[in-house]
Design a binder for this molecule. Structure first.
Ligand code: ATP
Ligand code: MG
Length: 841
């Protein structure tokens, strides 16, 4: 089998399309742009202005059209650029498959696989497409996603030569020689011929999206709730102004346009854009720190995360494990134990763990004469692996006793192995019964190794019938215990610091490991992590979910837990209202990576783990996770600024506009002026995602709080309205403004207050003690200056503006200073008095 040539593959890719389930998101740019006009408000606005064009106001309608297009373009361009940047990042960690192209194995992006490709699979791989097995060795897959069957199923090579046009063959999920997209390889290795790709696959036909869109995060739910609140208020206000205008016999069409423009002014239409741009900015900053964010919203989750669960090997430890000792049952150095362990690691075809690598790299052992008959692959429930080996006649005579020709060699967690043993090998090579005295001695050896900080595997063996062809789990019994292999896996120097930094930032770190208690305690000691509570897998197995929930809070060390227990721990923490992160790299971590609010994995993790994770660390450094947490909080802070602006000052302005319709003999502002006001305000906020966030706002996890927004709105909003009414009054009384002058005067005041208040709202501190980003300063001041200059430009008559008298600017300055001071005072009061009190209730 040589697979395809790259030329054939290219042709087939054209014919079958990329190997992915989602419909291509490559809709033409123009169509994406048009989709932005689907907003009902925009449509109503365009329709109403078209109507007004028919009744005569051509230029007004045209200007409204231009403003709408400009607003939509602003939104679209920003959001599109953010989306493109995020896609590019995700591509960096696209899952690759090993495929034969031009006769050699090559790493090919899974998207580019085509029917006819030959792929090589091993434990931890994802099955990249529906395929027929050409070769398989102890090959077990988990196809729970397709069949719901949770246990691994063995698959075997096809007996008949698969037809090249395998698409035509029948595909049965139970067929023992077929494997399917959506399953993962649990153990063994195989070569497979791809028959169907993308939406032609079994899972594609039942239209399941493998990259299931994650359920909405707390933050997304929050923004949605916020949108509903604004929507309701908007509706109320629009109905109110409409009624008032109709009751006052104002021109119907113009009143309607006014009401719709008001609604446009009220909706925080840039919110999605601000969110996606801030998130992408965060993702790009993370990429510079060697962290690839696959799903931008994960950054938000990082900011909200208050518990991080992590496994041990490779995250807290160096992952450069070394075999330090190989001893017999009584703790004496033993070459024989090394040889047995080596044979086991050498012939095992499942995922090679770092422990196997350590054994294989320790010293080269001679395996001539040995052939493999079968294997019972490693799994995280049994925590052991067995190989059934045949020793050719004439070999092995150097051993003290004549070796049986066929034997099962087992290695795994010592506690579990010892339970299966009935005998042990003494130091002089005799097989002795494992009585309680011997057991106590062996346990003491095991404990001693643990105390010294070694990770320990037990090694045992058994002679089998000379014709045993197929080994199964029940063959792992009546074993002879040979001894221990002890490894050192030193903790990372940086891990201790990172854990402390996280604790200081309000993130509790919990260790969730399949390893045993003693070793993990040792690692914690070296890292300086105090153990406040401990649960073992055996204890968890006896607990129901309620009992587990009651305990998870106070425990920070979970030992000897299997994959489903890891998952239960995450679920229990989530049920307690925590935002949970999970950091892991193994097959055993995949379920938890899915379940957690933010799954984090590493570049060299198995495919299933990388697929399940939302974030991939390119370098194994926990300190960047801390940076990621701060990044998440920063994005939260900037999005909150936008929301606080929208709910307080912008909303206050629109509220006074609606109220003013009652008192004024004319509309307080022309519809097109409201739209322009809205557009200019939006422009001033483009730089918000770039802004810095004060350090005190990064100190603790950030959760969405509707109560906070509501209280802030009720505190600041009325001040805006108060100043608006003051402006109305002074415009009419002091300046004696007619309709056009009133419109102009209020337009400028409205923009100036609405835009400049950002410098007060963006920080909890005295505004002079927190430096805004200079782009934000530039856009904000630029917009205010432009608004002041507008009435003096040739555009003024088109927009219904008239030049403002000098006295106006004196008035404006006084009003602005007073306004900003008053908002600052209210803000201080809000954070010092109202917020602490509303949080304790
Ligand atoms: N290659 C192997 N051969 C035999 N036994 C193994 C092997 N790998 C792991 N085990 C056993 O299974 C147990 C669980 O595996 P492992 O420690 O990798 O789990 P984990 O939950 O990923 O833990 P960690 O936090 O250390 O990553 C190990 O403690 C060990 O006893
Ligand atoms: Mg692990």
């Amino acid at each position: 089998m040589n697979g395809l040539t790259s030329k054939q593959a290219q042709g087939l890719l054209q014919e079958h399309g990329p190997n992915r389930l989602q419909k291509s998101t490559q809709t033409a740019l123009a169509l994406q742009f048009l989709a932005y006009f689907r907003n009902p408000l925009v449509l109503i606005l365009l329709a109403a202005s078209a109507l007004s064009a028919l009744t005569g106001d051509r230029s007004g309608a045209l200007i409204i059209g231009v403003i709408v297009v400009m607003s939509v373009t602003l939104d679209f361009v920003q959001a599109h650029r953010a989306g493109a940047a995020a896609d590019k990042l995700a591509l960096q960690v696209a899952v690759m498959a090993s495929a034969l192209r031009d006769g050699v194995p090559m790493e090919v992006p899974v998207f580019d696989l085509v029917p006819g490709d030959v792929v090589l699979l091993s434990a931890g791989s994802l099955v990249p497409a529906d395929s027929t097995l050409l070769e398989a060795h102890d090959f077990f897959v988990n196809q729970a996603q397709l069949t719901g069957e949770p246990f691994p199923i063995e698959k075997k090579a096809a007996t008949a030569k698969p037809q090249p046009k395998a698409q035509d063959a029948t595909w049965d999920l139970d067929a023992s020689d077929r494997i399917f997209l959506g399953s993962s390889v649990v153990s063994g290795s195989a070569t497979a011929l791809i028959g169907r790709t993308g939406s032609a696959t079994a899972i594609g036909q039942i239209a399941v999206d493998l990259n299931r869109t994650a359920p909405p995060t707390a933050f997304e739910q929050g923004t949605r709730q916020f949108g509903m609140l604004i929507m309701r208020l908007t509706l109320l206000m629009v109905l109110f102004t409409l009624l008032v205008n109709v009751a006052l016999h104002r021109p119907l069409l113009e009143s309607f346009l006014f009401a719709v423009a008001l609604a446009v002014g009220l909706t925080p239409e840039l919110l999605p854009m601000v969110v996606s741009v801030t998130l992408t900015k965060g993702a790009l900053r993370m990429a510079a720190l060697q962290v690839i964010v696959k799903r931008p919203s994960a950054i938000q989750d990082m900011g909200a995360m208050d518990v991080l669960c992590t496994d041990k090997t490779g995250t807290l430890t160096e992952a450069r494990i070394k075999l330090e000792k190989h001893t017999d049952a009584m703790g004496q150095p033993s070459e024989r134990v090394l040889q047995l362990a080596y044979l086991n690691s050498f012939f095992e075809s499942g995922l090679k763990s770092p422990l196997d690598d350590a054994i294989l790299q320790h010293t080269e052992q001679d395996v001539t004469g040995w052939t493999k008959v079968d294997e019972v692959p490693f799994d995280f429930e049994r925590r052991r692996v067995s190989v059934l080996l045949q020793l050719a006649a004439g070999h092995g005579q150097t051993q003290p006793q004549v070796q049986p020709q066929r034997q099962l060699i087992v290695k795994g967690a010592p506690e579990d192995i010892l339970k299966l043993c009935t005998h042990y090998e003494s130091t002089d090579g005799r097989e002795l019964p494992l009585d309680s005295a011997a057991r106590a001695q062996i346990d003491a050896v095991f404990n001693q190794l643990g105390e010294e900080g070694f990770r320990v595997l037990g090694v045992a063996w058994r002679a089998t019938a000379a014709d045993l062809q197929h080994a199964v789990v029940s063959d792992e019994s009546a074993l002879v215990f040979a001894g221990f292999a002890a490894f050192l896996d030193p903790p990372k120097a940086s891990a201790g610091l990172a854990l402390q930094a996280m604790a200081a930032s309000g993130v509790a770190v919990k260790i969730v490991t399949g390893d045993n208690e003693r070793v993990t305690r040792h690692v914690c000691e070296q890292l300086g992590v105090p153990i406040v509570g401990l649960l073992t897998g055996t204890e968890i197995a006896t607990m129901n979910d309620d009992a587990l929930r009651a305990r998870v809070e106070s425990v920070n060390l979970f030992c000897r837990v299997n994959p489903s227990q890891k998952n239960r721990i995450i679920l229990a923490l989530k049920a307690r209202g925590h935002v949970v992160g999970y950091l892991g790299d193994g097959i055993n971590d995949a379920p938890s990576l899915h379940t957690a609010d933010v799954g984090i994995s590493v570049k060299d993790a198995v495919d299933v783990a990388q697929q399940a994770a939302a974030m991939i660390l390119l370098e194994h450094d926990l300190m960047v996770l801390h940076a990621g947490i701060l990044e998440g909080r920063r994005t939260f802070g900037n999005v909150m600024k936008y929301i606080m602006m929208a709910t307080s000052s912008n909303f206050g302005n629109m509220f006074s506009m609606a109220a003013a319709t009652v008192f004024l003999p004319f509309l307080p502002m022309l519809p097109l002026q409201i739209l322009l006001n809205n557009l200019m305000y939006d422009v001033s906020e483009i730089a918000l995602p770039l802004d810095d966030v004060d350090s005190e706002d990064l100190a603790a996890p950030k959760r969405w709080s509707m109560a906070f927004i509501r209280n802030f709105m009720l505190t600041i909003g009325p001040i805006s309205s108060l100043f608006d009414f003051l402006t109305f009054y002074l415009l009419i009384r002091l300046i004696d403004a007619d309709e056009a002058l009133f419109h102009t005067g209020w337009f400028v005041e409205s923009i100036a207050t609405q835009v400049l208040v950002i410098f007060v709202i963006r920080t909890r501190r005295n505004p002079l003690r927190s430096h805004p980003n200079r782009w934000l300063v530039l856009t904000s001041l630029g917009v205010v200056v432009a608004a002041m200059a507008l009435p003096f430009t040739p555009l003024a008559p088109l927009l219904g503006f008239v030049p403002l008298p000098p006295a106006y600017f004196g008035l404006l300055t006084v009003l602005l200073v007073l306004y900003l001071l008053m908002v600052e005072g209210a803000k201080q009061w809000f954070y010092r008095w109202l917020l602490p009190r509303s949080q304790t209730h």
